[in-house]
Design a protein around this ligand. Sequence first.
Ligand SMILES: [Zn+2]
Length: 134
Amino acid sequence: MVPQHKPQAKHYVKNSDRIKKAVRRYEAAVKNRDPIGLRAKQRIAERKADEAQRVRALMLLGGMCERCKNNDMRVLQIDHVNGGGYAARKGPTKSPQSAVRDVFKNPLKYQLLCANDNWIKRWERGENKPRLAA
Ligand SMILES: [Zn+2]
């Protein structure tokens, strides 16, 4: 029996043959547009290249948080020493990857902060709107 609180499950059970056919049709159409999954492979390759570039940028900047010396790559963030990271990302190219590229051009403009220290810095500089409004 299908539980009363799951109307979509009830619909699925009733129409499963029709739904499965529609899904197969859709998947065939997608595969037809990109038979060997080229776009997905390209996206994966690009993501790997971006991550490698980010790691090189982190190493160039010392590989650890300026404040607490945390060196966990998963939490390190590239920080504009003088703020303005948001404005810079809003520049002509707008991608986080362009900020990574800029590290190699202007390494002195950047430092590494862990996620916690980056937020603390924003609080100290009043860069974020307080959410704890009284
Ligand atoms: Zn830190």
